[in-house]
Write a protein that binds this ligand. Structure first.
Ligand code: ZN
Length: 275
């Protein structure tokens, strides 16, 4: 599942490739989830020019010169592939853009095997509504007092709270697992039992883990579900702290694997003592 660093990497690949290009061709699979409907979406996209590419949580947002925003949500299995060549054989493709500048031609292929993702064209108001749905990201300059206010009232475990994108955005299962290990917090600690120091350590660790993930261009696991915008693997899987480990890298004790609220969690019971 692509998390923030993976989506951020793909967003960056798109940004350096398609900004300034005009959309000269659009193809979208009839059955795929999209807003507005098929014909209208194509009509509104064609002949627009890409002025920027951004990311809102795990959504990729392509800003167009007609004040509209093309949102692509990768969800579980969404993948974007950018190529100079027209490829009619890209597997499971749902949405294809042809983009041209005076000198270059690019194709953006969006595939989504399990079809949990979506494509939507938004106006500025809808984009702001979307932005307001998410909590602040630990890698942005945020007022963490607001996050602390919310977290310190939660009576659920901290692992589950960190995955709630309305409280803090950007941590998926892998990066939340490693964040709690670095902060030396047991994932089942109830959020309202954390001290302010614990919380500050969690935010510091989250920043580090996400920035490392971005630096390594994301995590590509054995299923190779995630690759960057040009089809290359990321390398952050070689830098996991505790995720997918059997032995704690700090104290050499066995790592515990446990499902917490349905999500596979790894932790070291020695380094991450339950309070
Ligand atoms: Zn340990």
């Amino acid at each position: 599942v692509p998390e923030l660093p993976e989506v951020h990497t793909v967003m960056g690949d798109l940004k350096k490739t398609i900004v300034g290009a005009q959309i000269t061709g659009v193809w979208i699979q009839k059955e795929y989830k999209k807003i507005p409907d098929h014909t209208e979406l194509i009509k509104k996209l064609i002949k627009t020019t890409v002025i920027n590419v951004e990311r809102v949580a795990k959504n990729i947002v392509i800003c167009l010169d007609n004040n509209s925003f093309l949102l692509i949500h990768l969800a579980m299995t969404g993948r974007i592939f950018i190529s100079n060549n027209e490829d009619k054989n890209v597997k499971w493709q749902k949405f294809v853009l042809k983009l041209e500048t005076a000198t270059d031609k690019h194709y953006m292929y969006f595939s989504d095997v399990r079809m949990f993702g979506k494509v939507a064209l938004l106006d500025g108001t809808s984009l702001n509504l979307l932005k307001n749905k998410y909590g602040p990201e630990p890698i942005a300059e945020v007022d963490i007092n607001i996050v602390w206010e919310k977290i310190s009232k939660k009576k659920t475990n901290i692992k589950t709270v960190l995955l709630d994108q309305t409280i803090i955005a950007g941590l998926g299962n892998i990066y939340a697992t490693d964040t709690l290990f670095l902060a030396k917090i047991h994932p089942e600690t109830l959020a309202h039992k954390l001290s302010r120091d614990d919380f500050d350590n969690i935010i510091k660790a989250a920043k580090l883990v996400l920035n490392e993930g971005i630096k390594h261009r994301g995590s590509t696991l054995k299923d190779r579900m995630y690759v960057d915008g040009f089809g290359n693997a990321g390398s952050h899987q070689d830098f996991f702290q505790i995720y997918d480990k059997k032995i704690c890298p700090v104290c050499n004790n066995p790592v515990v694997y446990k499902k917490i609220n349905g999500r596979g969690s790894f932790f070291c019971p020695n380094c991450q003592k339950l309070k």
